[in-house]
Design a protein around this ligand. Structure first.
Ligand SMILES: NC(=O)c1ccc[n+]([C@@H]2O[C@H](COP(=O)([O-])OP(=O)(O)OC[C@H]3O[C@@H](n4cnc5c(N)ncnc54)[C@H](OP(=O)(O)O)[C@@H]3O)[C@@H](O)[C@H]2O)c1
Length: 359
């Protein structure tokens, strides 16, 4: 019988051999499964014609798209892209003043379309506030595309260093507001066929160390859309919808997982990195997914990035190591971008523009 001091030594060796074996098997199975799902991935990113689906199914006469957080970044890019495609748009932003520049630009460029402002501070929304604001804006408006995009990242610092208000506001913007917008529209504003394009984040898939409330709230969003989709496809009496949300409404729930996009949230200016694209390019990629009706990555290379992390098993620490290694470089670039923003630079259409640079 082995002396008791050698027992932990033997056990740790057995555990190491087990880890090596299980990790190899796990990787092998993951790669095999990925190969099996390759046709679906190719269909998602290459073959599916979401732009045509959007036009044929949702772009009906007098219909509106509602974009939350339309004043900057990806939301603004969605607004510019949809306006170019002839849509009427309700532009949500925190105040009239924040919405005004985009509203005026769109009204001037596309005088035959309708653009309406919906000013609501998402960190401060109250019960019934969204329905009331929609009612006051245009009674009976028919929304066939909701781009639930508003989101915020609190300052990246130690969690204990955030103020209570920063924590409350972040959860309100990323969680409560988005859920209430969907609910308000389901209770009377959606057209017969409508699509909810919900902006999620890879923060719900990987672990972003500096942002517990952001990643946590994006995990909520991910589950929220998954449950909603299941609920809508399971006509159980317990899920009966109020009379006002017409039972004949066919709602497509399309949660989009978003990786690095060059906005003030990820102020990375370097050109030529395939993993960080401009908001305009991202908006086009995301709209190309309409019709798929399930959670998808908006952009192929974001899916590849997450694949490199998620093929590793949780146990053994490899996933955490790959996650950390990938984030180290990104966080360095982001920190440099935030420093330049605080020095007066701005993100304009995916580029960091220094103060006084003529934009
Ligand atoms: N960029 C990325 O790398 C990335 C990665 C993963 C996920 N996402 C997600 O993509 C979505 C868009 O992000 P983005 O990169 O475009 O960020 P952004 O440039 O900061 O834009 C966010 C939008 O949300 C609005 N917003 C924030 N707080 C608000 C509040 N309290 N009330 C009303 N509106 C508010 C912003 O308004 P203001 O202009 O007034 O601030 C802006 O219009 C978010 O849901 C984000 O989580 C982005």
């Amino acid at each position: 019988m082995a002396p008791s001091s050698t027992l932990p030594y033997i056990t740790s060796h057995i555990y190491t051999v087990y880890l090596l074996f299980s990790t190899t098997l796990h990787l092998f199975l993951q790669i095999f499964l990925s190969l099996l799902s390759l046709p679906a991935t190719l269909n998602t990113h290459l073959l599916h014609n979401g732009a045509r689906y959007l036009e044929e199914h949702y772009h009906t006469p007098n219909a509106f798209a509602l974009i939350t957080g339309a004043t900057d970044g990806i939301g603004r890019a969605f607004a510019l892209e949809l306006a170019e495609r002839g849509w009427n748009i309700i532009l949500h932003g925190r105040t009239q003043a924040r919405i005004k520049p985009l509203l005026e630009h769109l009204r001037q460029k596309y005088p035959r379309q309708t653009f309406l402002p919906l000013p609501i501070d998402a960190a401060n929304v109250r019960a019934g506030g969204i329905s009331q604001a929609l009612q006051e804006l245009v009674p009976g408006v028919c929304v066939t595309l909701l781009i639930n995009n508003a989101g915020a990242l609190p300052p990246v610092r130690a969690f204990s260093g955030l103020s209570d208000e920063e924590v409350i506001d972040n959860v309100a913007v990323n969680v409560t507001f988005g859920a209430l917008v969907v609910k308000a529209l389901m209770n009377g504003w959606f057209g017969r066929r409508a699509c909810v394009l919900g902006m999620g984040s890879v923060g719900a898939v990987m672990t972003l160390p500096g942002t517990p409330t952001y990643s946590g709230s994006k995990s909520f969003t991910r589950k929220f859309y998954a449950c909603l989709r299941t609920q809508l496809s399971s006509p159980h009496p317990a899920f009966a919808t109020p009379a006002s949300s017409s039972p004949s409404t066919q709602l497509e729930i399309l949660p989009i997982l978003v990786g690095g996009v060059r906005t003030k949230m990820t102020p990375i200016s370097e050109d030529g990195n395939i993993f960080f694209l401009t908001p305009q390019a991202f908006a086009r990629h995301a709209l190309a997914k309409v019709g798929l009706g399930r959670e998808v990555y908006g952009y192929f290379w974001h899916e590849v990035q997450m694949w490199c992390i998620t093929i590793w098993p949780e146990e053994g620490g490899m996933r955490g190591w790959v996650n950390k290694a990938m984030m180290r470089g990104v966080e360095k670039l982001r920190a440099e971008g935030w420093r330049r923003l605080s020095d007066g630079a701005r993100m304009v259409d995916g580029r960091l523009v220094e103060r006084g640079d003529g934009h």
